[in-house]
Design a protein around this ligand. Structure first.
Ligand code: SF4
Length: 213
C-alpha cells in the first residue's frame, strides 16, 4: 500500500500519453486524477471542454455541483480531490453533442479502448468504496436499472481484489433532469451520507483543514 503513490504516478504518466482514440481536435488529451493516497474512487463519464483546458476532472459546472453536494456532508473540494481518486469511463473529451445540448456520449469504441485504464486503477487502488457518477459509470458496475432503484443505497460488488461498496450518484451536470424528479435529491443526499459513513476520514480531514486555515 505504501508504494501506491509511486504506482499511481507511473500509471498517470502512461495514461496522459495515451492516444489510442482519434479525435477531431488535437488539443484533446486525457484528464487524470491527482490523488495519490485515495480513500475511495469516483468514476465519472468523460471530461468536458473545461476539463480539457484545466486538465483536472470535474473542473467545470458539473464539478461545482458535485463538490457542493460533497460540501453538504462536510467534505471540502480540496480533500475530495486529494483523497478520492477521480477516474472516468473515458478520459478524453468526446466532443460536443450534435444536438448542441451537453457533451457527446463517448462511442462504444472509445469506451472499449479506455476500459483497461479503469481496470488497472481498480487493481492498483483496490477501493473499498466506489462512487459511480452518471448512467454510463453506474452501468459499468451495477448494470442497467432505473436510477431511483440504485441511488441512495450501498451495493456490494465483487471485484478481483475482493468486495467494494458501490454507492452511485446521478450525473451533476445541468443536462440531467433526473435530479429534479420527486424525492430524487433526497436519494442523492442519502448516497452522500452513506459515502461519508463508509469513509469518515473525508469529513475529519476537511474539518482539520478548516481549523488550520
Ligand atoms: S479516451 Fe481513453 S483510450 Fe481513448 S485516447 Fe483517451 S485515454 Fe486513450
Amino acid at each position: 500500500m505504501r508504494r501506491l503513490p509511486m504506482l499511481l504516478d507511473a500509471h498517470a504518466r502512461a495514461l496522459a500519453a495515451c492516444r489510442r482514440c482519434v479525435f477531431d481536435d488535437p488539443a484533446v488529451l486525457p484528464v487524470v486524477s491527482a490523488s495519490r493516497e485515495p480513500l475511495a474512487m469516483l468514476v465519472g463519464q468523460a471530461p468536458g471542454k473545461t476539463e480539457v483546458v484545466d486538465r483536472r476532472p470535474f473542473a467545470g459546472r458539473a464539478g461545482r455541483t458535485l463538490f457542493r453536494w460533497f460540501a453538504g456532508v462536510g467534505v471540502s473540494e480540496e480533500v475530495a480531490r486529494r483523497r478520492i481518486y477521480i477516474a472516468a469511463v473515458t478520459r478524453c473529451f468526446p466532443g460536443a453533442s450534435p444536438s448542441g445540448r451537453g457533451d457527446r456520449v463517448p462511442s462504444p469504441a472509445q469506451m472499449t479502448n479506455c476500459a483497461g485504464w479503469l481496470d488497472a486503477e481498480i487493481e492498483l487502488i483496490r477501493p473499498a468504496v466506489i462512487i459511480p457518477v452518471g448512467r454510463l459509470a453506474i452501468e459499468r458496475f451495477l448494470g442497467t436499472a432505473p436510477l431511483a432503484d440504485l441511488v441512495g443505497r450501498v451495493h456490494e460488488v465483487d471485484a478481483t481484489h475482493g468486495r467494494s461498496a458501490v454507492i452511485p450518484l446521478p450525473h451533476p451536470s445541468g443536462a440531467s433532469s433526473w435530479i429534479h424528479g420527486p424525492g430524487h435529491m433526497e436519494l442523492v443526499r442519502m448516497s452522500l451520507r452513506l459515502i461519508v459513513a463508509r469513509v469518515p476520514e473525508l469529513v475529519a480531514e476537511s474539518a482539520q483543514s478548516r481549523s488550520v486555515a
